[in-house]
Write a protein that binds this ligand. Structure first.
Ligand code: PBG
Length: 328
């Protein structure tokens, strides 16, 4: 039944044919929008390497959250820039910390919007590492205690979902038991399960002011060359009680997303990270690429690879395009 009987072009003839047989679609329901919170009032500092992304003071974050919710995006994920950084990342678990304030602000005025908090120490420590450092080494078990404290503090402020991104061993179970002990057994954990040590985080570190002051993150984040190790990370996180697992970054790791999807029946999230955003923005600005088309193609590829949820700085732009498309 070969050519000329079989002609795959028949079903590509018009937009309507294509729409009818399309296998993958991106929906606004799948998107999570990252936000950066800073202390102060009426602040909106654009990140130079991430056009259209800002550090926002709480008043502006609340305004932004309303807009995000109006666009139909179900959730935001919050990152915080503290007033002061110290060795132990104290502001990460302070009741008046920037995330705690931002969560309260959003939940007060846009209660239906899900607020996810990134649980990590790198934004809050003076050395910029994701854990407690002693003699140049990031200590695992000592860090767990602080992460658990941070998670509980976020939950107390009203966070709906807790997302640990530090890559310490055993953090999901440490956070799960701390949450349960404090009466937050209903709060889900979205674990950054397979988080690679990636060059694509560069612009984020400008946004979150979290570049490590010495060394790099390779002793805790994963080696980009590894697949089976990612499966072990996922297996452990699920065993420890993760409700959803994440792969990060997204584009260079589509194969990892697909393998996780095929092996486990758990929601899979993918983080379309800062560098992936900046590349498209930069090429778009130079007129080298059609920004919107490239964006939708990338988001579609992440869905096609198997992601149920996409964390992306493009969430608002994509939501607008999807809204236009769905108009009668
Ligand atoms: C760590 C964290 C990072 C990102 C999210 N959480 C950066 C890192 O590990 O250095 C990166 C997100 C992005 O690049 O968009 N708290």
């Amino acid at each position: 039944m070969k050519f000329p009987i079989t002609r795959l072009r028949r079903m590509r003839a018009t937009a309507t044919h294509r729409r009818m047989v399309r296998e993958t679609s991106v929906s606004v329901d799948d998107l999570i929008y990252p936000l950066f919170a800073v202390h102060g009032k009426n602040l909106k500092n654009e990140i130079s390497s991430m056009p259209g992304v800002y550090q926002l003071s709480v008043d502006n974050i609340v305004r932004e959250a309303k807009e995000v919710s109006r666009l139909g995006i179900p959730a935001v994920i919050l990152f915080g820039i503290p007033e002061n950084k110290d060795e132990m990342g104290t502001e990460a678990y302070a009741d008046k910390g920037i995330i705690q304030q931002a969560v309260r602000g959003i939940k007060d005025s846009v209660p239906e919007l899900l607020v996810i908090t990134d649980v990590c120490l790198c934004e809050y420590t003076s050395h910029g590492h994701c854990g407690v450092v002693k003699d140049g080494v990031v200590l695992n078990d000592e860090t767990l205690e602080l992460l658990a404290k941070e998670a509980v503090s976020h939950a107390k402020a009203g966070a709906d979902i807790i997302a640990p991104s530090d890559m310490m061993d055993g953090r999901v179970s440490a956070i799960r038991s701390a949450l349960d002990k404090e009466g937050f057994e209903h709060i889900p954990i979205l674990s950054y399960a397979a988080k690679y040590s990636s060059a694509f985080y560069g612009p984020f570190r400008e946004a979150a002011e979290s570049t490590p002051q010495f060394g790099d993150r390779r002793s805790y984040q994963m080696d980009p060359a590894n697949t089976r190790e990612a499966m072990r990370e996922v297996a452990l996180d699920i065993e420890e009680g993760a409700d959803m697992v994440m792969v990060k970054p997204a584009l260079p790791y589509l194969d990892i997303i697909r393998q996780i999807k095929d092996r486990w029946d758990i929601p899979v999230a993918a983080y379309n990270v800062s560098g992936e955003y900046s590349m498209i923005k930069a090429a778009g600005r130079l007129g080298w690429i059609d920004e919107s088309r490239a964006m939708m193609e990338v988001l579609t590829s992440i869905k096609r690879a198997g992601a149920d949820i996409i964390l992306t700085y493009f969430a608002k732009d994509a939501a607008r395009i999807l809204q236009e498309k769905n108009k009668p």
